[in-house]
Design a protein around this ligand. Sequence first.
Ligand SMILES: C[S@@+](CC[C@H](N)C(=O)[O-])C[C@H]1O[C@@H](n2cnc3c(N)ncnc32)[C@H](O)[C@@H]1O
Length: 341
Amino acid sequence: MVKAIRVPRKKGEEMRKKLSSLGILDADYFPSHDGKYVYFPVVKGLRGYKLVEVKARRREVREGFKEMLREILGKDGGPLADGIFSSYDIVGDIAVLEIPDNLRANEKGIADALLRANANIKTVLRKEGGMEGEYRVRRFSFLAGENRTETTYVEHGVRMRLDLAKVYFSPRLSHERGRIAEKVKPGEKVLVMFAGVGPFALVVAKKQKDAKVVGIELNPEAVRYFSENIGLNGMGGKVEAVLGDVRKVVPGKFAGFADRVLMPLPKNAEDFLDVALLAAKKGGIIHFYTFVNRKDGKEAAEKKALEAAKKAGRKIEILESREVRPFSPSTVQIVVDFRAA
Ligand SMILES: C[S@@+](CC[C@H](N)C(=O)[O-])C[C@H]1O[C@@H](n2cnc3c(N)ncnc32)[C@H](O)[C@@H]1O
């Protein structure tokens, strides 16, 4: 038997919304009904309503989040439930939700459902807007679980500590990191511009044991985590974290250094192609990430690379261009891999 609030069936939808928005709907149990009433299992009482004891069917332990979302959002909430379900990220033990403004009233219930649905999630955060500033950091608000933004994330066998509120991080680039790492040959020197907490650098070093990898990063907090992550993965001596602006650091220390240069900062990336070309050896490969209008396609990204090469007096050969991921309905992120002669 569980504690429940009883309402006439025709008031059921209204009550479900109310309980969900107050975060007191007990998502571990299904609501039940008889001919006249609906019984909503609750985690605590609601002023003005008597608690009744009912038999309720327990959900399968850690039942799917999607099903819970549909339950919380009601019979017309299917598309909204699907939207939330397809857009949330998990970074370590933190889940990050994108909740549209019209569902703010339900966000606590949604976050609690996610905690119940996945035993590995300890914290649920809500995205507040997009990436901001030079460091490309996002703001979050806390929704449920443990109130923190720091976690440990594992990808391609690499462990990384990071604080989502202080550094850029996206698990959505995991495939891309694997793709690049597969290309690195023994003995290569790899320069990761805009290195963040080190995901590209560390995944490359993990897959290609005989590579020397350097990452340059402007955000001191990110470099602090990057250095910690080098230690965590036993990669001291193989991977180097450098604090600074690539514009200042590359000319003095890394001109003509790299067999391969990575540029994982798609926003205004073309402004840094001259630096990447400076860092790349003759015959070196550059992985250039950039945003373009979807309608302009890969050719627009290739054009940026060709123009920068012309300016720098280097001939380039485009090896491959591909869409990395959609960024917005009108914008896509493209990567152009090219060799600079
Ligand atoms: C989109 S993030 C990518 C971080 C990391 N590569 C990753 O995938 O998680 C871009 C990073 O570039 C850094 N950044 C921006 N301008 C920079 C510059 N001029 N020199 C070095 N790093 C810079 C930002 O602080 C941010 O951490």
